[in-house]
Every structure is written in C-alpha cells, then in structure tokens.
Design a protein around this ligand. Structure first.
Ligand code: LLP
Length: 410
C-alpha cells in the first residue's frame, strides 16, 4: 500500500478506530520473496500462524501453497477450517498434556516432539507411527531475551547429546522419525545463526541415527527491520549459503530431503498497521503526552519486548516535529506505544498509524480493562473489506456474561 494516506483515512472513517489494517498483497510479495531467496526444489514454507491468525491472512497464504506451523489445538482447528490439509500442518508441542496429544492425533497432523519425556509417552500410546523431533540447536539468538529459544536457558527441544536415548525409544516402539526440527529464536540478529543451527542439526542427521528422514525444518526467526536505523537482512545472500550447505548435506545423507522453514514475522509483520485516534494532548512539564484510543492489550510488543514500531501521523505528515510519548488508554504507566518519539505535530483527533503491526500484535491481544479488541480490515488489490468486526463494549460484556456461570448458582 504505497501512498496510502487517503485510503487509511477512508478506512478510519468507515470502520472507526482502533483498527488493524492488513495489506494482503504485501503478504503475497513477502511469501514469493522468501521462496526466491531459498531456491531449493522442494522448499516448503510452514507459516507460523501464531504471528497472525486472521482468516484472510491464512487463506491468502494457503492459496500461495503454504503449510502451517501450529502450536495449539485452537491453531489446528482454525487452520483446518480455513482449508489447510492436515498433511500440510506440523504440530509443535510444548508441555502438552495427554488429552491434547490425543486431540491432535485425531486430526492426523504430524507431531513435532520436543522432550524425551513426551517422546516416551507418545511412543507407548502411538507405536508404529511417524513423527518429527525438535532439538535444541544450542545457538542463542533473537531480538529479545524472551524470544530466544535455543541454548541452556530455554525450555525447548531435546538436547543434541540425547540422540542415543531417542534412538532407544524410537527403535523399541517402531517409531519412524521423518523430520528433524529446530527453532533458534525470533528476530535472529546474528547473520550466521541459521547456518550454525543447521550445522548442529545436520551433525546428528545421519543415515545411521535417522534413516527415514524426509525433511529438515529450521524453524522461523527471519528478522524484519522495525527500527529506523536497522539494515534489512540480505535474505538472497543468506538463502544462497543455506541452499549450498543443504545440498552438500543431501549429498552426504544420500537422499533428497525437503527443506522447511516456519516464518511468521517475515511474512506478515510489515503488512500490518494499527490505526488509532488521538483524543488527548497533555503538556506535563517537560513531556508531551499524546493519548490515543488503543492501549497495550491491543498491541503489547512495545511494552513487553521494548519493541520499536514506527509511527506516522497521517493527519499531519508535514507538520513541524515535536517529541511525544505516545500512550494508550489503559490504567498502567507502562502503557506506551513509543517514548520520546519525534513526530510531526500531533493534534487532538489526528490519526496515527502504528507500523509493522502484522505479526504478534492482534494475535497477542486481550481485553484487559474490558476494552474490546480493534477491528481488522484487509486490503487486496486496493479493495477494502472488513475481516473481523470490533465488538462494542456492551457486546463484549454480553459475551462474557453468556460464558459465565449463572451467579445465582455459585
Ligand atoms: N517456529 C517456531 C517453533 C516458533 O516458536 C516460532 C515463533 C516461529 C516458528 C516463528 O518465528 P518468527 O519467524 O515469527 O520469528 N511474540 C514475539 C515473537 C514470538 C515468537 C514465538 N515463536 C514477538 O512479538 O516478537
């Protein structure tokens, strides 16, 4: 959506604020550029739907041929009801209980198991089946400590040195390991992390250890440039090195394997924005506070990860610049979208667009303070459609009451 200010103003007028806007054409471009960057003949992209489970986003990616990385039964049912075939979904379990394992197995998707304890329980209950195994690559990277998933300080994956224990269980119960998986972290900062993690997985992916492999899955984590000074990663260059290394590995393994990735942010982050309206400007001694009609439960990344999101004042793009704290409408001091941000003069009733809000924004949202989630609008070929409505406060409360026990019986 280039030169999109008039369109965004129309969207805000028609659907009100706060509203998320997703550019589906941008998601398609991101998908195709990922395919181009990793030219492996059987490359498979399993979209990490935890990033954004909007139905239009999911169907856009399904139509492009993506599979799904699912992490909960909810993810699974959503993906299946959007038309993804179970054979195109991988289920990456973490701290799963028995009932969840059975629920997942009923759908027929491939289970990705990340602990010896779960492997043993799975094997006893589902002998003679196929699985994928998640290993901890012992590589530490990610754009915030909370989202690094490799190394000793994380809870994920089977240790590389536990391969013999894995083999004992899989042999005893005749389990075929068809895939090996790792995910190092989200927003990988070091250029070589993916390659190092690949090395670690390939070092255990021998014919002797795992003779039945059909794929290796190196997770997601492909960083996008959120900050103004961040240099975008050259994925073409990275992809060429990955494909070169993988083809040498295939030569050693002796059979062609699929190369799988699970990008979330890369596909959707830059395709989304949150439109908010300014309702209060407050001059507090040396701070200017700009109060908006959304808050951290509706876009938590700045508060939770100190994440930077660009902000545009689409009502006054050429105004003289001033420094603002861009705040929400929630009862906590940390309820900020940006601190000390230089922006064209903001006036009450101006519209702000919080950029790069297509991944882990709506999806991590909630209704704290009993404020309904924003609406979601999609744009495809310049055509604007409402994808998910914003409940009124009254509707939200009616929904909560309808789910609650009758208080006369408590
Ligand atoms: N595969 C697995 C097993 C994962 O756990 C994740 C993300 C992905 C793939 C996709 O990672 P991505 O390509 O999106 O970086 N809420 C955080 C990000 C959490 C990521 C969790 N797992 C954020 O807003 O930065």
């Amino acid at each position: 959506m280039k030169n999109d200010t008039p369109l965004l103003k129309t969207i805000a007028e028609k659907f009100g604020t706060p509203t998320y806007v997703y550019d589906l054409d941008r998601i398609k471009d991101q998908y195709r550029s990922f395919q181009d960057a990793f030219p492996w003949p059987s490359l498979k992209i399993f979209y990490a739907m935890k990033a954004n489970y909007n139905i239009c986003v999911l169907t856009t990616l399904k139509d492009l041929g993506a599979g799904i990385d699912a992490v909960s039964p909810g993810d699974l049912y959503m993906a299946i009801s959007c038309g993804f075939d179970p054979s195109n979904i991988i289920y990456t379990a973490n701290n799963m209980k028995e009932t969840e394992m059975d629920e997942v197995m009923e759908t027929g998707v491939l289970m990705n198991i990340d602990s010896l304890s779960r492997l043993e329980k799975y094997a006893k209950r589902y002998p003679c089946t196929r699985i994928c195994l998640r290993f901890n690559p012992d590589v530490v990277d990610g754009e915030h400590d909370k989202i690094k998933t490799g190394g000793d300080l994380t809870k994920f994956g089977i240790l590389l040195e536990d391969v013999a224990k894995v083999k004992k269980i899989t042999t005893q119960y005749d389990i075929k390991v068809v895939g090996l998986h790792e995910h190092t972290g989200s927003g990988l900062i070091k250029p070589d992390s993916i390659l190092t993690a690949m090395e670690r997985i390939m070092s255990i992916a021998t014919r002797d250890n795992f003779p039945d492999l059909t794929f290796l899955d190196f997770g997601g984590g492909f960083k996008v440039a959120y900050g103004p000074d961040e240099v975008p990663v050259d994925y073409k260059e990275m992809g060429a090195r990955v494909v070169d290394r993988f083809s040498r590995f295939i030569h050693t393994y002796g059979r062609h394997l699929e190369l799988r990735f699970e990008p979330g942010k890369y596909l959707t982050a830059q395709a989304g924005r949150l439109l908010v309206e300014v309702n209060t400007i407050k001059h507090n001694r040396n701070r200017t506070i700009c109060g908006t009609d959304s808050g951290f439960p509706q876009l938590i990344r700045p508060m939770f990860y100190d994440a930077y999101h660009k902000i545009e004042n689409i009502s006054n793009p050429d105004g003289k610049a001033f420094v603002y704290d861009i705040c929400g409408n929630i009862c906590e001091t940390g309820d900020l979208f940006a601190k000390d941000r230089l922006l064209p003069q903001i006036r009450e009733n101006d519209l702000l667009s919080i950029q790069d809000a297509g991944a882990y924004c709506y999806a991590m949202g909630g209704t704290y303070n009993l404020r309904p989630m924003p609406a979601e609008v999609v744009v495809k070929n310049k055509k604007v459609s409402l994808s998910r409505r914003r409940l009124t406060s009254r509707q939200l409360i009616d929904l909560i009451c309808s789910e609650s026990a009758d208080i006369n019986h408590v």
